[in-house]
Design a protein around this ligand. Structure first.
Ligand code: SF4
Ligand code: SF4
Length: 410
């Protein structure tokens, strides 16, 4: 009897207790502050772009190799709308493989990836595991929409999250991206008509190299080849074509087109259109225009002035090259002595090739000789400073330039 009453009392006490079950998914328990679901990328509301630069640090550190990221030049950087020079182009995480280890979050140098510890991060059930391949849109979705209310990063003070849980004033944290306040600030900026992004500085000027390339291409278009040069070029290309044939390979159509073009120039016939395009791409090989000769002359004259400023004699070869470019510029015949300075391979009659050999490709050019001498001097000084003998090959170079080892003693 007593036992029965005890059982009944237990039943009655349980009957009056508040239920612990809730109506999921309409109701949800608050998540513990230290729990984490999956990594997500954060959205930088100040610049209205992902905070990720696609640097691949997280990708390299992921232990299960479930991440892929590619980087591109940030178009907003050029416009002065962002201070990120590079930005993520594509990003994938395979949530089916991710083991939620948090390593990617710890290694990211830009605070660009966090563990999502909201319920939305957990509710990832799908019918096909291939649907767990998350792309950039999926990964930034929560952050972009202001849903990433509790982004979890161990680097951030855990006190912050605990203070919120206890209803206390949270300490300030440095992590600023992707928070709902940032999203709110962006919306307010848009409402004020200020636009979502911050203009940091004036737009970048187009790259000098790109401008130079465009200019060079335009100049190459303008340059006309003499029949003699066209013949030399045709013969060179024909040799290349024969090599293809000797190997039993088909001669590329582009090569054939170039041969046809040079033959047409040689014979004074109209240049075939398709071949003209192909040849324009190789415009660098054309004759040197007066404009280019002037640019090269001025560059060499600056070098000559540097010699004079140092009190050193200007090398005869440099003076000869200047004279050569001046002659081309003024449409006069190229001085014979200068033509001889160019390697015979260039035909001696191609001023540009000759000049290029003297300035860039010639191992005996003044600039290269100077670099060689300085390298040898540096190597000798280092050896002497270590108390070691100067290596014989270094000594040979020093002898060549008439430099004594004693003069290099520290
Ligand atoms: S949490 Fe770990 S497993 Fe998942 S993506 Fe990041 S590094 Fe890879
Ligand atoms: S999430 Fe961070 S570490 Fe990973 S690619 Fe982006 S910037 Fe680099």
């Amino acid at each position: 009897m007593i036992g029965m009453l005890k059982g009944l009392a237990t039943t009655l006490s349980t009957f009056t207790r508040k239920p612990v079950t809730i109506q999921y998914p309409d109701e949800k328990h608050p998540l513990p502050v230290r729990q984490r679901s999956f990594p997500v990328l954060v959205w930088d509301f100040d610049h209205d772009e992902p905070a990720c630069t696609g640097c691949n640090v997280c990708v390299r550190n992921c232990p299960v190799d479930c991440m892929t990221a590619t980087m591109m030049d940030n178009p907003k950087y050029a416009e002065g709308l962002s201070d990120r020079r590079k930005i993520v182009e594509k990003f994938w995480i395979d949530y089916a493989r991710c083991m939620r280890c948090n390593i990617c979050v710890e290694v990211c140098p830009f605070e660009a990836i966090v563990m999502d510890n909201n319920w939305t991060g957990h509710e990832r059930a799908v019918f096909d595991r291939r649907d767990l391949h998350m792309d950039l849109d999926d990964l930034t979705w929560a952050s972009r929409n202001g849903l990433l209310t509790v982004p979890f990063r161990p680097q951030d003070s855990i006190d912050y999250l605990e203070a919120i849980e206890k209803g206390e004033e949270p300490p300030p944290i440095s992590f600023k991206f992707a928070r709902p306040e940032a999203r709110q600030a962006q919306l307010e900026r848009i409402a004020r008509g200020e636009g979502p992004a911050i203009r940091l500085r004036p737009p970048e000027k187009p790259k000098v190299a790109a401008v130079a390339r465009a200019g060079a291409a335009a100049e190459a278009e303008e340059e006309a080849l003499s029949p003699k040069k066209a013949r030399a070029k045709r013969m060179k290309l024909e040799r290349e074509a024969k090599e293809y044939e000797a190997r039993g390979e088909p001669v590329p159509a582009e090569l054939q087109a170039q041969i046809a073009r040079y033959r047409a120039i040689e014979e004074g016939k109209p240049v075939p259109a398709a071949a003209g395009v192909a040849a324009a791409a190789g415009g660098e090989e054309g004759a040197l225009s007066p404009k280019k000769a002037r640019a090269k002359r001025m560059k060499l004259e600056r070098q000559a002035k540097e010699y004079e400023a140092r009190g050193e004699p200007v090398p005869a070869e440099l003076l000869a090259q200047i004279a050569e470019y001046r002659a081309i510029e003024e449409g006069k015949p190229v001085p014979a002595a200068v033509g001889a300075a160019a390697p015979a391979a260039a035909g001696g009659a191609q001023p540009k090739a000759a000049a290029a050999a003297g300035v860039v490709g010639d191992p005996n050019s003044p600039r290269k000789q100077r670099a060689r001498r300085m390298r040898a001097e540096r190597a000798a000084r280092e050896a002497l400073a270590r108390g070691e003998p100067v290596p014989p090959e270094v000594k040979a170079v020093l002898d060549e330039f008439g430099i004594s080892i004693e003069s290099l003693q520290p």
